[in-house]
Design a protein around this ligand. Structure first.
Ligand code: ADP
Length: 447
């Protein structure tokens, strides 16, 4: 639309200007050829005009001071003797130059008039009229070309936008469908990705988001089902033991005491599991307790003091070698939990009469803690799995030792939340060794 309105208007205006200018100058040439006359009459005008005849003009009129036509170039229907009432003539007789141009029905019509003066008196007017179809035809051709061009551009744009919008709509529709399916729970559904444009990137992002969602969802399901299974076992034992006490007639007090002691053990186990579950849930919730610079050595000493009593029962010795002044950003409770869980495992899975060794040293910007035992060790293929929740290498042994299968998961989550890492290895001389690394900080708290 812009192409069809603006350029024709501008070119029309340009033609108007050039036409009125040339017509005006033709008129002033005629006026100057009449300028020697003191009075205009048909005779002297006609004789002056034969010299100054202007080619290319459709009509020239010369009037006297009252507007009566003295000279007319039109051969048929000459208006000599009549009065000229054209606006431009009236303007000229009032002493002003006048010009106008219009474009209608495929022709330019331009008019111009100027007064003829003798000693500052208006003694007449010259009026010229031009009728031009040649330039008008050029303008029409130009407009026609523009129209054709804009039609072609319009058609191309239309085809292009229809193709583009259908492709876009289809791709977005597919993506929306995939989002809807995943929202309804089909976590294995993936969006089909074609090409490399932004929509394809969106599809890829959505797919990796869904991957994560699927993994999280699977982990959540597994955790819930493992947790309920773990809780069910001691509950079933408690139920069985209490039923036996109730249903056995004349049960002797010794057996009753034994059963009640077992019930107590199972209850203790339940509370250990729930405590560990709660701890893990807190770790999952991303709410961290405010940390400060804590020295590791006193915590190691505290754990060793605690563990010595338990270890002694199985003739296991615990020793430690620890550097002073290793500060890490954590809380004392967290450090205690980590070191206790590792030392507890080391004693649990060590052989009777074994030896557990805890070491703490600096390694450049890290505090490195190792807990080593000389027990059964961990099968190579399980080394990366034992940090998973409820994963045990030997279920029976873990149960018998009072394990929940959550200790190492708690260790890993707690350490990683504070920017550290933990790994398990087997020692060449037998037994397992766990290594924890934390970023070292200064006592005041700066890293
Ligand atoms: P649990 O409560 O069963 O000890 P953990 O999460 O603490 O659970 O440990 C997971 C499993 O890793 C254990 O069941 C055990 O099989 C194995 N494990 C952990 N520490 C040791 C170790 N020091 N020696 C051998 N096996 C170990």
């Amino acid at each position: 639309m812009v192409l069809n309105i603006y350029p024709p208007l501008v070119s029309e205006d340009l033609v108007f200007r050039s036409k009125t200018a040339t017509l005006q100058s033709s008129v002033s040439v005629i006026v100057s050829s009449l300028s020697g006359l003191d009075r205009l009459t048909e005779e002297n005008v006609t004789s002056a005009m034969t010299v100054a005849e202007e080619a290319g003009l459709s009509r020239i009129l010369v009037t006297d001071g009252a507007g009566r036509i003295l000279y007319d170039t039109r051969e048929t229907g000459s208006a000599v003797g009549q009065y000229a009432f054209y606006t431009e003539v009236v303007q000229a007789l009032l002493g002003r130059d006048a010009a106008a141009c219009s474009y209608k029905n495929g022709a330019f019509r331009s008019r111009a008039a100027s007064p003829v003066l003798y000693q500052n008196q208006i003694i007449g007017a010259v009026y010229a009229y031009e009728y031009d179809t040649e330039k008008a035809a050029m303008l029409a051709g130009f407009q026609n070309n523009l129209f054709n061009l804009s039609m072609v551009i319009g058609a191309v744009v239309l085809v292009f936008s229809v193709v583009l919008s259908t492709t876009l709509t289809r791709q977005i529709g597919e993506l929306l469908e995939a989002i809807r399916k995943v929202r309804e729970g089909a976590y294995s559904h993936r969006a089909v990705v074609r090409g490399r444009d932004e929509i394809a990137q969106l599809g890829e992002e959505f797919n990796s988001l869904t991957d994560r969602l699927q993994k999280t969802e699977e982990a959540r399901r597994r955790f819930v089902s493992d947790a309920s299974h773990e809780l069910k076992t001691p509950l079933a034992a408690i139920r069985l033991l209490s039923d036996s006490i109730l249903q056995t007639e004349n049960i002797d007090p010794e057996t009753t005491r034994e059963f009640v002691a077992d019930i107590g053990k199972e209850a203790e186990r339940l509370s250990r599991i729930t405590e560990d579950l709660l701890r893990l849930t807190r770790l999952d919730s991303d709410v961290l307790e405010a940390a400060s610079a804590v020295e590791v050595l006193p915590v190691v000493q505290q754990v060793v003091r605690m563990m010595e009593l338990i270890a002694e029962e199985r003739n296991i010795t615990i020793t430690y070698q620890a550097e002073e002044g290793c500060f890490v950003r954590s809380t004392r409770d967290e450090l205690y939990q980590i070191i206790y869980n590792l030392a507890d495992n080391a004693v649990k899975y060590d052989r009777d009469g074994g030896h557990v060794e805890i070491r703490l040293k600096r390694d450049r910007s890290w505090a490195v803690l190792t807990v080593a035992d000389d027990g059964v060790g961990i099968p190579q293929e399980d080394l990366s799995l034992i940090f998973q929740r409820f994963y045990r290498v030997d279920m029976a042994r873990s149960r018998a030792a009072g394990g929940t299968g959550l200790g190492l998961a708690i260790v890993r989550d707690t350490v990683e939340k504070r920017g550290g890492s933990v790994r398990a290895d087997n020692r060449p001389e037998g037994g397992a060794v766990f290594t924890v690394r934390w970023p070292l900080i200064r006592e005041g708290g700066a890293e």
